[in-house]
Design a protein around this ligand. Structure first.
Ligand code: PGA
Length: 249
């Protein structure tokens, strides 16, 4: 049985005091939840304050990105060891916004995943097709390429994969539960060719305009194991409602 994984991706939002206020309230509200893995990925500059607030709670700290070198002359970058050092358990890698605005290629994503795993970080590895890909029936081709290149030479340990159709991110246009389940089932089949039976243990989470209103139907898909939540994770109330989803409705 795969344990649900729900993560907040705050992207480039909030101030320090908003971060503190959010986390103080949030950890109290979710403290008795024992059957869901919960993570929050604030911007880099708030990782320290978030780490303090999340200490000894059931909420894990995550980062939104990482660089692949261990240390050295890489102005502006943050290494996997630095993230471990500050208390991060997970890091988001290959988000479509990074691929789109910062020219992250599958090769760079692969290097980042390898470096993160080497340091002991869990990775939330994002893949997903554009609207154009979907309309020209290339969804599975895109997913296959991103999986094969992103996970080239990588074992399945510590990998959570986020299926995020680009057309659904921040647009209010969620994939239907059938579209999500279809893509997740495809991804699991690809994993089966890469990892054999371990494919059944890998969590595949959905991202793209997840809200308290659509989480139950998305989670009803048998291969949908959680969510990566952007906009709706910025308010305690809506993020908590998502975490309290009802499986099977
Ligand atoms: P969204 O973002 O929930 O605001 O669509 C999800 C994501 O990009 O991870």
């Amino acid at each position: 049985m795969r344990r649900p994984f729900i993560a907040a991706n705050w992207k480039m939002n909030k101030t320090i005091s908003e971060t503190q206020e959010f986390i103080s309230g949030f950890v109290l509200t979710v403290k008795d939840i024992t059957d869901v893995d919960i993570a929050i990925a604030p911007p880099f500059t708030y990782l320290t304050v978030a780490a303090e607030k999340l200490k000894d709670t059931n909420v894990m700290l995550a980062a939104q990105d990482v660089f692949y070198a261990e240390k050295g002359a890489y102005t502006g970058e943050i290494s996997p060891i630095m993230l471990i050092n500050i208390g991060c358990k997970y890091v988001i890698i290959g988000h479509s916004e990074r691929r789109q605005y910062f020219n992250e290629t599958d090769d760079i994503v692969n290097k980042k995943i390898k470096a993160a795993k080497k340091a002991g970080l869990g990775t939330i590895f994002c893949i997903g097709e554009s609207l154009e890909d979907r309309e020209s029936k290339k969804t599975f081709d895109v997913l296959q390429k991103e999986i094969e290149e992103g996970l080239n030479g990588v074992d399945s340990e510590g990998i959570v994969i986020a299926y995020e159709p680009i057309w659904a991110i921040g647009t209010g246009k969620t994939a239907t539960s059938e579209q999500a389940q279809e893509a997740h089932a495809y991804i699991r089949e690809r994993f089966r060719t890469l990892y054999g039976n371990k494919a059944d243990e890998i969590r595949i989470i959905y991202g793209g305009s997840v809200t308290p209103e659509n989480i139950d139907s998305l989670m009803a898909g048998k291969d949908v194991d959680g969510a990566l939540v952007g906009g709706a994770s910025l308010k305690v109330e809506s993020f908590v409602k998502i975490i309290n989803f009802k499986k099977g409705s």
